[in-house]
Ligand binder design. Structure first.
Ligand SMILES: [Zn+2]
Length: 329
């Protein structure tokens, strides 16, 4: 049985691929700000998986992963439906910025504004426009983000009990990024993931690669295959589910900003284990003289680290996953 799914101008009524646009706001010239929509309705029944990228406008890796995935998705073999918004925060995307250049309030972080507000700031209106159809149709949300460098690979799902947490964890295991955060509800308020989970939608965040062009073709291909594996685990696609082995679940994370500025050379990679005090990089002055060591403030797994080569004080130095623990399915 087919279903009718309407997202903006994309009206999907029968199996196949339908494309259109979702209006998420208006720019100062009065024109619509439109996000692209692709609906792939499968030949038989199944869940609706919602994918979106570029909630943060300069996190382009997710857009490429979604395109790669859609490029091989055959509606005849699909049970259920995929709704994809490869680029959400369009005005930020155009300017290679994290947040919309037209947003003046609340910091403008779209991933802290869900479920949005129809009468709020531009970013709140964008969140509202996106979240209405998401809430109406989605059984599963997968949200793609990036951090600072090409070697970023980690994931998050909402921690809890019950069906939503169970399905979210199943997706995390099938995606199989080793470093994964079962996210307590004290973290990431207003994110699409935590908001959707509260509304009964299984959800998952992928962190792959870095901002702008800081990602590789290999990471895109790999993530698209892991996404296929998640759909196999959800029984939306045929085929064996790859077992990526034990995951490192951590309890929380900590962002640390740089106390000093200078030329910066990093000594650790994403995924490395650090102890409190491990030297993670070194600062140099404009003459090339060493002017200090950067050390890990806590023990854990490196989720993200500043790429250098230059850093002002107050920039994000490191993002650490705390208390990692190996957990098997
Ligand atoms: Zn992001």
């Amino acid at each position: 049985m087919t279903k009718e799914i309407i997202v903006g101008t994309a009206h999907s009524k029968t199996p196949g691929v339908t494309k259109g646009e979702l209006k998420i706001g208006e720019s100062p010239d009065g024109n619509a700000i439109n996000a692209p929509v692709v609906i792939v309705q499968g030949a038989s029944d199944g869940p609706v998986v919602w994918l979106h990228g570029c909630v943060h406008g300069n996190e382009y890796c997710g857009t490429y992963i979604i395109h790669e995935f859609l490029g091989t998705l055959d509606p005849a073999r699909l049970k259920g439906t995929v709704v994809a918004i490869p680029v959400l925060n369009v005005t930020a995307f155009q300017k290679k910025l994290r947040m919309s250049p037209f947003e003046g309030y609340n910091g403008g972080d779209l991933n802290r504004q869900f479920p949005g507000d129809k009468g709020g700031t531009l970013t709140q209106q964008m969140a509202y426009a996106l979240y209405q159809p998401l809430k109406k149709y989605a059984d599963v949300l997968i949200d793609f983000h990036t951090a600072l460098t090409p070697d970023v690979r980690w994931a998050l799902f909402p921690k809890g009990t019950g069906k939503v947490a169970e399905t979210s964890e199943k997706i995390a295991r099938a995606f199989g990024y080793r470093d994964t955060l079962p996210t307590p509800d004290t973290l990431l308020a207003g994110s699409a993931m935590m908001t959707a989970a509260r509304d009964g939608i299984a959800s998952f965040i992928v962190e792959c690669g870095g901002k702008v062009r800081a990602f590789t073709d290999e990471s895109v291909t790999d993530a698209a295959e892991r996404l296929n594996n998640a759909l196999r685990a959800l029984e939306m696609l045929e085929g064996d589910v790859t077992d990526y082995g034990a995951l490192n679940y951590f309890s929380s994370f900590e962002w640390v900003t740089a106390k000093q500025g200078g030329l910066f050379e990093r000594f650790v990679q994403c995924g490395d284990t650090v102890e409190e005090g491990t030297e993670i990089g070194r600062y140099f002055d404009m003459h090339g003289n060493e002017r200090g060591k950067a050390t890990a403030p806590k023990a854990g797994i490196v989720l993200a680290i500043h790429p250098g080569p230059i850093m002002a004080s107050g920039e994000t130095l490191i993002h650490i996953g705390l208390e990692p623990k190996q957990v098997r399915a």
